[in-house]
Write a protein that binds this ligand. Structure first.
Ligand code: SF4
Length: 414
């Protein structure tokens, strides 16, 4: 299993490569690649340019997926391997597969950091899921081949783990090793597992219900979603529209984005082939200098703001008079997520709690200040107040406004 083109993408199902003369087969990774950058799509799936390069994120994800597949293979055979065995096998595979083609992009990390992170993912998963008895595993790295849309576009996907939890009741489990937890709203719109749900129902008509389960291994979090047939149809419709856009595309324009840092086609991408000119270099230089000066001024202004606030506070002033202008100093407040906790985890806890209380739909764009204001005004039900109160704090800050007085007599100030 190779690493994905971009760190956020799943590795491509091996079978997704189109055989000559065969009708094009689509996969979530293919569609996502096009949405991220049509030119990368062209390089990979039309020009079929493959490089040896692999991102460390993709490499680590592939090793962790392998380790969990092996773990469940043994669980299916009624053997429960100790966690040390799982971890040891992971390190063995890491050593066997690692090469100089695996690229670490972030300058503050090493390959060893990722290796340890992968191990931590496995240890946390093991601790939280032990003794692995949450239903009957009926598929591991299970390939689904199905069709979507009125054009019956062939589609392929790989389910990390398919679980039968009751007669006709299934769960599609997916492992994620990315470090960013999705917002619940993004998760609800995530098309990948919805497409797999569509495929599963198409292939196994006895399926009565499907739950989508994501294991965010870095955070030790399990996120769950259930999609109504209507919402699955929406996901399928979006996939079909992307396929139609790809089929109609003639240019496959490059789309520059932060993902370019991870893109294996960067060395041949036209975006990064622009010739250097003296005039261009001078613009870059001037822009950089200006940016540095703006930053210096911003820091100086922040320091001065503190001084002004301290001066006004010491004298009990709301206005500091100057010559022809004045500063109005006002004490304002806003609610923020409490410091000292991991922001992502904190936000996820609040959202989880709101979801439990059935209030998620109105709070998907969690705004600590709006939530704090509602809390203060007593507009939240008591149990919601209890959930969010420990997670927020009110911060006071000086708001400073400069008022320039009109020059007397209409002329310029002396
Ligand atoms: S480097 Fe960026 S713009 Fe170029 S192909 Fe890759 S993702 Fe697209």
């Amino acid at each position: 299993m190779g690493g994905g083109l971009f760190p956020e993408l799943e590795p491509e199902p091996e079978a997704a490569a189109d055989a000559p003369g065969q009708r094009k087969r689509w996969s979530h990774s293919k569609l996502e690649c096009y949405r991220n950058c049509p030119r990368a799509y062209r390089f990979r799936y039309i020009d079929r340019i493959r490089t040896e390069r692999e991102s460390i994120e993709g490499f680590m994800g592939a090793r962790v997926h392998e380790a969990l597949e092996r773990l469940y293979q043994q669980v299916v055979m009624t053997r429960l391997p100790p966690v040390e065995e799982v971890v040891e096998h992971y390190h063995d595979r890491w050593r066997a597969e690692f090469s100089t083609n695996v690229e670490v992009i972030r300058p503050d990390r090493t390959a060893d950091d990722y290796r340890r992170l992968g191990e931590e993912c496995l240890r946390t998963f093991y601790r939280l899921r032990h003794p692995f008895d949450d239903g009957r595993t009926v598929g591991l790295e299970k390939t689904l081949e199905f069709t979507i849309g009125p054009g019956n576009h062939p589609m392929i996907g790989v389910i990390d783990r398919l679980v039968e939890v009751g007669p006709g009741q299934y769960e599609i489990h997916d492992y994620k090793t990315r470090q960013r937890l999705p917002d619940p709203w993004d998760l609800e719109r995530d098309p990948q597992l919805a497409l797999y749900q569509h495929g599963l129902v198409q292939l196994q008509p006895e399926v009565r219900s499907v739950r989508l389960v994501w294991h965010y291994l870095v955070h030790g979090r399990v996120l769950v979603s259930e999609r109504t047939p209507e919402r699955v149809r929406v996901a399928v419709g979006e996939a079909v529209r992307t396929i139609e856009r790809i089929e109609a595309d003639q240019a496959f324009e490059p789309r520059e984005s932060p993902l370019c840092r991870w893109c294996e086609y960067r060395p041949i991408c036209p975006v990064f082939q622009e010739p250097r000119t003296e005039a261009g270099a001078a613009l870059v230089r001037r822009y950089g200098e200006l940016k540095r000066r703006v930053e210096e001024l911003r820091l100086a202004q922040a320091g001065l703001r503190e001084e002004v606030a301290a001066y006004a506070r010491a004298r009990g002033l709301e206005t500091i008079r100057g010559d022809g202008s004045s500063l109005e100093v006002e004490r304002r407040s806003r609610w923020i997520e409490k410091a000292g906790e991991d922001g992502g985890a904190l936000r996820a806890r609040v959202l989880d709690r709101l979801a439990e209380l059935g209030l998620l739909a109105s709070s998907v764009t969690l705004d600590a200040d709006a939530l704090g204001a509602a809390l203060e005004a007593g507009r939240l039900p008591p149990d919601v107040s209890d959930a969010v109160r420990p997670l927020l704090e009110k911060k006071y800050y000086p708001h400073i406004a400069l008022h320039e007085e009109e020059a007397r007599g209409g002329g310029p100030a002396p």
